[in-house]
Design a protein. Structure first.
Length: 41
C-alpha cells in the first residue's frame, strides 16, 4: 500500500535513526520485505 519501495522506506528510516529514533518499524501495508530492509540499520 506504500508508494515507496522497501529500499526507499529504509532510507527514510535510516534518517529517523540518525535523528535519534531508537525503535523503527512499520504499520499497515508493510511487508516482510520492508522489515528486512530496515533490520540491518
Amino acid at each position: 500500500v506504500y508508494s515507496q519501495t522497501p529500499a526507499e522506506f529504509a532510507e527514510v528510516m535510516a534518517k529517523c535513526k540518525e535523528n535519534g529514533a531508537t525503535l523503527l518499524g512499520g504499520c499497515c501495508g508493510t511487508t516482510p520485505e520492508y522489515m528486512a530492509a530496515i533490520a540491518s540499520l
